[in-house]
Design a protein around this ligand. Structure first.
Ligand SMILES: NC(=O)c1ccc[n+]([C@@H]2O[C@H](COP(=O)([O-])OP(=O)(O)OC[C@H]3O[C@@H](n4cnc5c(N)ncnc54)[C@H](OP(=O)(O)O)[C@@H]3O)[C@@H](O)[C@H]2O)c1
Length: 239
């Protein structure tokens, strides 16, 4: 997501400062944040950790948010934009527990803010597929309305430009999809010949994924690029 935000912000004529460990800034230790955010009009937080542990996810997103907001408050930043996920309200478990904790920390943090929620990215199935080895890939039953990360990046820049409103309209993609189906289509298109197995995960997290709530409501903004268009498009082909 960071790459798409940088591209969209640069294309809109903004001066962009990148915060990532690869660039010497760490949202967990706070190293390199203050000097980079000082005087910025807005900070767009798309940092991420990959975990299914609720405790680890909460620790990451709460610490990252606290460190960013501290640096922003000291540096006179007037708008914090946090990217979150559509439809997670009833799923205070696993990774989503971290995203809900992030939203609470942002809202309580004292810097004017906008929480912008998006649906799963078209890139999501590929992220999961590349994290599994062997001929069989196991996917949770997940009903979603995926959206191109490129469109989310452009949306986040528009949200940042518009000023703090607390909560932006949700952004989802143009079509309902099922994670295992898109993973099969991607695997066939990429020629990786993986057998994709769908499993229903237990507990609140599994029920939430399978419930359809992650597809969002009828009032959400909709991206235009379908999963199959994205699969054949430059963003996927260049990797
Ligand atoms: N994937 C989805 O389908 C989806 C859907 C909706 C919303 N989201 C949200 O979108 C955001 C981005 O997701 P993504 O899939 O683009 O994540 P990603 O590919 O895992 O990228 C994570 C980014 O965070 C940076 N990062 C990690 N730890 C850091 C640290 N300690 N300090 C500074 N930077 C750090 C990484 O850069 P370095 O390694 O260089 O530090 C990397 O640029 C997340 O908030 C996620 O919840 C994702």
């Amino acid at each position: 997501m960071g790459r798409h935000v940088v591209e969209a912000a640069s294309a809109a004529g903004h001066e962009v400062v990148v915060l990532s460990r690869a660039n010497g800034a760490d949202v967990l230790t706070g190293v390199g944040l203050a000097e980079r955010v000082r005087g910025a009009d807005a900070v767009i937080d798309v940092a991420n950790t990959t975990t299914l542990s609720a405790a680890k996810a909460r620790a990451f997103f709460e610490t990252a948010t606290r460190n960013l907001l501290d640096a922003e408050a000291r540096g006179g930043v007037g708008h914090h934009v946090a990217l979150s996920i559509v439809g997670i309200d009833g799923i205070d478990a696993s990774y989503y527990a971290g995203k809900l904790a992030q939203e609470r920390a942002v809202a309580a943090g004292g810097v004017p803010f906008t929480i912008a929620r998006a649906g799963q990215f078209h890139e999501f199935a590929g992220q999961l597929l590349s994290g599994m080895s062997g001929p069989v890939a196991v996917m949770p039953k997940l009903l979603m309305r995926p959206v191109a990360a490129r469109e989310v990046g452009a949306h986040l820049v528009r949200v940042a430009e518009a000023g703090a409103v607390g909560r932006a309209r949700d952004l989802v993609g143009p079509r309902d999809e099922v994670l295992a189906d898109v993973a099969r289509r991607q695997s066939a298109f990429d020629g990786t010949r993986r057998h994709v197995l769908e499993v229903r995960l237990p507990g609140a997290y599994g029920r939430g994924l399978a419930s359809g709530s992650l597809r969002g409501g009828s009032d959400a903004l909709q991206g235009e690029i379908t999963f199959d268009e994205w699969l054949r498009g430059e963003d996927h082909l260049r990797g």
